[in-house]
Design a protein. Structure first.
Length: 246
């Protein structure tokens, strides 16, 4: 995956969008993410209609993951990365702060590994269920961890998206008996498993996605894949709207 410039290919905003204030968005960058993933998420947030003031946060960044930094932001985004257990080792100590941030009204946006981390084994436990490896399912259309182009049903429309060993999401069978929130399924894989969802967590909200709507053409070409006729950027914007709008 290639380094992504935040200044590249930004769409022109109309007058109403330019008047919108600059909510702060934090994007994790560090050993629990892969090169290029944090920058791609930052580019997606920066180019959305929300006019985010995007900052990286992590152990080698100017901003650290702590209560004061989190509460200064409208949204915290966890990008893609490598091994789940290894990533959680780096993030374990931040679990209480991230949980409390979202519970108090913050927004959590998880892409691929960030979706895994929203689950419970291991993870931040931000929704009543878990995230598991899609390629490990016998009826998944891809059986290895190489990059691929998958078709997903996004709110009733078939869309092509970049995918690399992303999760599917499962909700506890009777979660409404103890969890006062209704999940909205945003997308499903071809076998019917959940590819993206949003759900409230306390006064905040969580949105997670297994594939990569933030992927640009270089992600496909680096893996020898033909980019789709239309990138999934608009699905990324839809995901951002889902987590931000009440």
């Amino acid at each position: 995956m290639k380094w992504v410039s935040l200044a590249r290919n930004k769409p022109r905003r109309n007058a109403m969008q330019r008047k919108r204030p600059h909510p702060r968005a934090l994007v994790y960058r560090g050993p629990a993410s892969s090169p290029g993933c944090s920058e791609a998420v930052a580019e997606l947030l920066s180019s959305s209609s929300w006019n985010f003031d995007v900052h990286f946060v992590g152990p080698d960044e100017r901003l650290q993951i702590d209560d004061s930094t989190l509460y200064s932001a409208a949204l915290y985004a966890q990008p893609g990365g490598g091994d789940l257990d290894g990533a959680f080792t780096h993030l374990r100590r931040h679990v209480p702060a991230i949980q409390q941030y979202v519970r108090s009204g913050g927004r959590y946006l998880g892409f691929c590994l960030g979706g895994y981390l929203a689950g419970r084994s291991p993870g931040f436990e931000l929704f009543p269920g878990d995230a598991d490896q899609y390629v490990a399912l016998q009826n998944s259309e891809v059986q290895d961890t190489k990059g691929a182009v998958l078709e997903v049903d996004w709110r009733g429309k078939v869309e092509e998206m970049y995918f690399q060993d992303g999760p599917y999401f499962s909700l506890d069978r009777h979660y409404r008996d103890y969890y006062d929130a209704e999940a909205e399924i945003l997308a499903r894989y071809q076998n019917g498993q959940i590819a993206a969802l949003k759900i409230d967590y306390g006064a905040g909200r969580v949105a997670v996605v297994g594939p990569h709507p933030e992927a640009d053409e270089s992600w496909y070409r680096d893996d020898g894949l033909r980019p789709p006729d239309r990138l999934a950027t608009d699905l990324g914007f839809s995901l951002i709207n889902a987590v931000m709008i009440r």
